[in-house]
Write a new protein. Structure first.
Length: 120
């Protein structure tokens, strides 16, 4: 099955994107550093989940690049670049959600989505 967020050619709403994700995403506005090999870039994290993050970064990075997102309040999170549109980059964390949750602890209430019953 292909990833519905794989194709970034058609814009979808935040609500549609949230429905496709397996984890709850929280909006934040945190200064951070992104490392890619020996290079270091200042960036801003604009939302975060147990599965990944969306950051604003002036430098282009290719899909699939392995990076480390360093947040003063949380530590270093290994990630892969999932997509980039202009200066907005989607990161997918390399470690599993359980490991990310243990690292974040109670500093940010993130969780895996639970299915909800649809009313008729």
């Amino acid at each position: 099955m292909s990833d519905p967020l794989e194709s970034r050619t058609t814009a979808i709403s935040d609500d549609e994107a949230a429905a496709l994700r397996g984890t709850v995403r929280k909006r934040v506005l945190w200064a951070a550093e992104l490392t890619h090999g020996a290079r270091r870039f200042d960036c801003v994290v604009v939302d975060l989940s147990l599965g990944g993050a969306r950051i604003h970064l002036a430098q282009p990075l290719a899909k699939g690049e392995l990076v480390t997102l360093v947040l003063d309040r949380l530590g270093a999170l290994r990630a892969e670049v999932a997509w980039q549109e202009e200066q907005s980059i989607g990161l997918s964390f390399v470690d599993d959600a359980k490991s990310i949750a243990a690292m974040i602890g109670n500093r940010l209430p993130l969780q895996v989505k639970t299915p909800t019953a649809k009313s008729a």
